[in-house]
Design a protein around this ligand. Structure first.
Ligand code: CP3
Length: 342
């Protein structure tokens, strides 16, 4: 049984809860670093279906997670619609300037064909018991990287543009929304079992702008996907949304809501799950998993499981696993969750 899509469709708990972790294929794994060292540019890895399949399956072989997430990056969307995207080692992504009139979503189909090919061959090799998760960045988060041209502490240029030049900014958000819809539908048709939308910078917006740039586009995307695939399992991650998580789930028709490590567990249980019927996914602190003692990690896992696992729940971290994380801590986590009895 595919445990994650099963929970998302039936909204019934499974014991012990399924587990996967964000960024599970990545630099904390020596076998990932080995493959990564063979490709100069990170995007060359993302566009090589055989290598993508290989790194996608690595964490499943090692830890037997319940799901594989197709190895890629949210920044393939700006790359394919006409923005120059480079990953510089030690510095992260660097994006080039663009004019919105030069961007075109026509490339989603052809230019991203290596992603769909990777999904096809990975699904063939992955056990039928495991879910394959496809994903995209959400428009606000993609716009943040595009306008600030890479990572940033506060995405000041994007925040400024969204206020000062709202008409232009909305045009960009709408274009990205169309691209994301098409991209996710093509991933579904290539064979993923679940999709997840990452809105990593949702939490930096005040409420009225959160409605405009986070809730509205995520809602648009999911409604469009549901016109074609009404019951397809969808997870949303409007990271650090705090109390806006509630308005998000009341407006956006997702099956599960992923919560970051700052989200209160009672709030997640009482409001997001009980009141709004969402499956909850989360939220062990990624820093605790990397740098905490086994005792502290165990205590934190217990708190999460005691509160959330009596309901339909998917265990995950609150954000991506850090490259410094000892493999033994991940083994400990998986073993502990698998043997947990309430
Ligand atoms: O295993 C998985 O989760 C699938 C792969 C995946 C990657 N990026 C691989 C990656 C996923 C789902 C992402 C999503 C992503 N990418 C997000 C949203 C989730 C989040 O973390 O909030 C964001 C904001 C990005 C953008 C991005 N990609 C940044 C800022 C960086 C540089 C920082 C860093 O960690 O190096 C990346 C690079 C990146 N994406 C790496 C990996 C494994 C590291 C690059 C390398 O191996 O050289």
């Amino acid at each position: 049984m595919k445990r994650i899509s099963n929970i998302l469709v039936k909204k019934e708990k499974i014991t012990p809860p399924p587990i996967w972790i964000m960024r599970q294929a990545g630099r904390y794994l020596p076998e990932y670093r080995e493959v990564r060292s063979k490709t100069k540019n990170f995007l060359d890895l993302c566009y090589n279906p055989q290598l993508v399949k290989e790194v996608t399956l690595q964490p499943i072989r090692r830890f037997d997670f319940d799901a594989a997430i197709i190895f890629s990056d949210i920044l393939v969307i700006p790359d394919m619609i006409g923005v120059d995207v480079k990953f510089i080692s030690g510095e992260g992504p660097k994006l080039g300037s663009f004019s919105i009139d030069d961007l075109s979503i026509d490339g989603v189909k052809e230019k991203l064909s290596p992603v769909y090919e990777a999904i096809k061959i990975t699904r063939l090799e992955l056990s039928k018991e495991k879910d394959l998760i496809g994903f995209s960045g959400s428009p606000w988060t993609l716009a943040c990287y595009m306008i600030d041209k890479g990572s940033s502490k506060n995405f000041a240029l994007t925040r400024r543009m969204a206020i000062e030049d709202e008409v232009y900014f909305e045009k960009l958000i709408n274009l990205l929304s169309e691209a994301v819809v098409e991209y996710l539908i093509l991933q579904i048709e290539a064979g993923v079992d679940v999709i997840k939308l990452f809105d990593s910078w949702a939490g930096i917006l005040p409420q009225d702008q959160f409605r405009k740039w986070v809730i509205k586009p995520n809602k648009f995307i999911i409604n469009k996907i549901r016109e074609k695939y009404p019951n397809f399992p969808i997870i949303c991650f409007p990271k650090s949304a705090s109390f806006m998580y509630e308005e998000f789930v009341s407006e956006v028709n997702c099956d599960a809501i992923a919560i970051d490590q700052s989200t209160d567990l009672d709030f997640a249980h009482d409001i997001l799950h009980k009141k709004h019927q969402k499956v909850v996914q989360g939220n062990l602190d990624n820093f605790l998993l990397a740098f905490g003692s086994k005792d502290d990690i165990r205590r934190s896992i217990d708190k999460i499981l005691d509160k959330l696992s009596p309901s339909p729940f998917i265990f995950n971290l609150g954000h991506g696993i850090l490259p410094e994380t000892p493999i033994s801590n991940v083994e400990f986590l998986v073993d502990y969750v698998r043997n947990y009895r309430a």
